[in-house]
Design a protein around this ligand. Structure first.
Ligand SMILES: NC(=O)c1ccc[n+]([C@@H]2O[C@H](COP(=O)([O-])OP(=O)(O)OC[C@H]3O[C@@H](n4cnc5c(N)ncnc54)[C@H](O)[C@@H]3O)[C@@H](O)[C@H]2O)c1
Length: 519
């Protein structure tokens, strides 16, 4: 068993106190509650402290006491308060000095448990909305800090304690380069039908592997990135950074032309390499620059968003937008390697992180297994594996690759009709639940499968309902637009043989299914 302090993190009601207490008894280790230490230090309840001195003072004390515990009680089991991960310094301390176990449960379970606890700071008159908002805002922190995640709904404290013990033993045993030890990397290979392969290196700090992954021939490295990303790379070669603007507008043909000109002026040859450092916008743009320059030079993606790591950077699709539409000019240009450095996700804005969760939710239903119980590195690795397998068998989207569009038919319609107000993954989360509702109406899945879709999407902090103001008739019109549908719409739907493309001809059924996903 690990010899670092063990810190339980999670939303209020997740069972941190009871599980810490029980595990402490089982292991004979001291159990320390940071909240209780704060109460002892100030001589008043946390609720009173919030009123008297404000949340900031509470957070300051929390950090001070966490530090003391790490330094003075290395053998302890720590019941971190629900908001412990909010503080950047707390997250750093936990990552560097402790092992963090995230206890989680669906929002309703948390609310039911809390009902018997009395009031808690931060939860107000609308508990349902408050807990959903807390989840959304903290998800990036819980996910990037947790070494292990244990789902607690429907389990007794003893069962949770056994699961925690099991996970900790796995962490202890897994110290290899290929495993999930705290600083290890895991490599997934993308293997294309014609024999080309490339590695996807996953793990905290994997960016350090960049120089090993560059083609030997490359003397110059053009790093394409955005100002706000803040991830620097050391290629060990002659390196020049090209910064493009933030957002979708960076994916323009004139930006491609400008970058190619600057690379030519710098003297880049066809044996040199492009390195993208950023999310899907940067990898789409840089991939297309690499595909075009000298009719194609190698590109390595250092992906820094969750959506990028589990989707956009893998599979070789790249391109830019035209005023007439998104991604209308592009290429299939496979990278020489991809780096998914999960440490870079720590600085992602909460909304961007949750948006990536929409794509992660998709992988649940494409064979990802119990991703909810996997830690971040595992989640990324398993998603990459699924995408790599699908892309390997169908590089140019002639058939099976279409299943990667699960949840995307409604998602694209929502994005288009809503003027891209919703982030892509937010729209995918709604689209997944809607697709399950359509599948149920077609008799392909039962109500339990629909509820599972809803629970997975909500568990990732996403709202599975179509925001008000959307015209359902217009959304259904948009479903068919790209496909030039005459007799029906090809939907990707769950069913007895798993997720697959299905022709849906009943427009009324598609309209009716909105009832179940409307606020
Ligand atoms: N090629 C494919 O297969 C594929 C698949 C899915 C999506 N995409 C494309 O991906 C794009 C969306 O990608 P995205 O969701 O990653 O958005 P994005 O690239 O716009 O990144 C989101 C925001 O996060 C910032 N950011 C990135 N990394 C950060 C970090 N580590 N810390 C702090 N901020 C950071 C970015 O600067 C940006 O403001 C779309 O253009 C979409 O078309 C492509």
């Amino acid at each position: 068993m690990t010899d670092r302090p063990l810190v339980f993190i999670g939303l209020p009601g997740s069972g941190k106190s009871a599980v810490a207490e029980q595990l402490g008894l089982a292991l004979g280790r001291p159990v320390i509650s940071i909240d209780q230490l704060v109460v002892d230090r100030v001589g008043m309840s946390i609720a009173d402290l919030f009123v008297a001195e404000g949340e900031q003072e509470f957070r300051r004390l929390e950090t001070e006491l966490l530090n003391e515990v790490m330094n003075n009680h290395p053998n302890s089991i720590v019941d971190g308060g629900g908001g412990l991960v909010v503080g950047r310094e707390n997250r750093r301390i936990i990552r560097e000095q402790a092992v963090a176990v995230w206890l989680d449960a669906p929002n309703q379970t948390l609310l039911d448990r809390m009902a018997s606890f009395g009031s808690r700071p931060l939860l107000t008159d609308n508990p349902s909305d408050s807990i959903a908002e807390l989840r959304r805002s903290r998800l990036v922190h819980y996910t990037t800090v947790a070494d292990a995640i244990v789902q607690t709904a429907g389990k007794t404290v003893d069962e949770v304690v056994s699961l925690v013990t099991e996970r900790l033993q796995q962490l202890d045993g897994d110290q290899s380069e290929t495993g999930f030890c705290r600083k290890g990397f895991r490599t997934e290979q993308v293997e294309l039908a014609d024999g080309r392969t490339y590695p996807v290196v996953i793990g905290r700090g994997a960016t350090a592997k960049l120089s090993d992954l560059l083609p030997e021939s490359a003397k110059r490295v053009a790093v394409i990135t955005q100002a706000g990303i803040g991830v620097t790379v050391a290629s060990g070669r002659d390196q020049k950074v090209f910064t493009v603007e933030d957002g979708e507008q960076a994916k323009r043909l004139d930006v491609v032309g400008k970058l190619c000109s600057e690379m030519a002026s710098w003297g880049m040859t066809r044996s040199d390499v492009v390195v993208s450092v950023g999310g899907g916008v940067v990898s789409d743009l840089a991939g297309f620059v690499a595909a075009s320059y000298h009719r194609g030079i190698p590109v390595v993606h250092v992906s820094t968003t969750l959506l990028g790591q589990i989707d956009a950077a893998i599979g070789g699709k790249c391109g830019v937008n035209l005023p007439e539409g998104k991604n209308l000019v592009g290429a299939f240009w496979q990278p020489a390697a991809v780096i998914c450095d999960t440490e870079t996700l720590e600085t992602l804005p909460a909304r961007e992180f949750v948006s990536g969760m929409g794509e992660l939710a998709k992988y649940h239903f494409l064979g990802g297994g119990d991703l909810a119980a996997a830690n971040l590195d595992e989640r990324v690795a398993r998603s990459v594996r699924i995408k790599a397998d699908v892309v390997g068998g169908d590089e140019r989207e002639g058939g099976r690759r279409a299943i990667l569009n699960y949840g995307h038919t409604l998602a694209h319609a929502l994005e288009t009709a809503g003027g891209y107000e919703l982030r892509h993954g937010e729209a995918v989360g709604i689209g997944l639940v809607y697709a399950a509702e359509v599948a149920r109406r077609l008799g392909r899945v039962d109500q339990a499968a629909v509820e599972l879709h809803r629970a997975v999407v909500q568990g990732y902090g996403l709202d599975p309902t179509v925001p008000t103001g959307f015209d359902h008739e217009k959304l259904v019109d948009l479903f068919g637009r790209d496909k030039k549908a005459i007799t029906g719409i090809t939907f990707v739907l769950d069913g007895p043989s798993g997720v697959e493309p299905v022709l849906v001809e009943d427009r009324q059924l598609l309209l009716d299914a909105f009832e179940a996903v409307s606020a």
